[in-house]
Design a protein around this ligand. Structure first.
Ligand code: THU
Length: 130
């Protein structure tokens, strides 16, 4: 099933969920929205903890939403900071995105959409376990 990518909508959804972030320690809210191959949009925001290392990145929440709402493959993702600017996902979250988006998933960057094969080159993933 081919799904066209409405980047403006994804950006809007990422900013909306960013406003729900729980980031009292860093004061650095993050929001992320992803288009699934069946047309759904899934979202996540960061959730911090008094035990700092337990912080859940926004991408973790989005992947949880993806799986809990029926699974599927991520086609396109927009991640934003508190100003709504495109944010570079941390290393751990790139691995999460690769697991559920593969090398062709597109991530919006300040230079435009970029495939995961560029965001996380020579990635370790499900295929390596076969
Ligand atoms: N953060 C994310 O939610 N995703 C990322 O990819 C980068 C960092 C959050 C974690 C923490 O709550 C805050 O940003 C500052 O590091």
């Amino acid at each position: 099933m081919s799904t066209s990518i409405n980047w403006d909508l994804l950006h809007q959804e990422a900013r909306a969920i960013m406003s729900k972030a729980y980031a009292p320690y860093s004061q650095f809210p993050v929001g992320v929205a992803g288009l699934v191959n069946d047309g759904r949009i899934v979202r996540g925001c960061n959730v911090e903890n008094a035990s700092y290392g337990m912080t859940l990145c926004a991408e973790c929440g989005m992947i949880s939403d993806l799986i809990a709402s029926g699974g599927g493959k991520l086609i396109a993702v927009v991640c934003v900071d508190g100003s709504g600017n495109f944010l570079s996902p941390c290393g751990r979250c790139r691995q999460l995105l690769f697991e559920h988006g593969g090398k062709d998933m597109l991530l919006m960057t300040p230079d435009g959409p970029s495939p995961m094969s560029t965001i996380l080159p020579w990635a370790f993933g499900p295929e390596d376990l076969k």
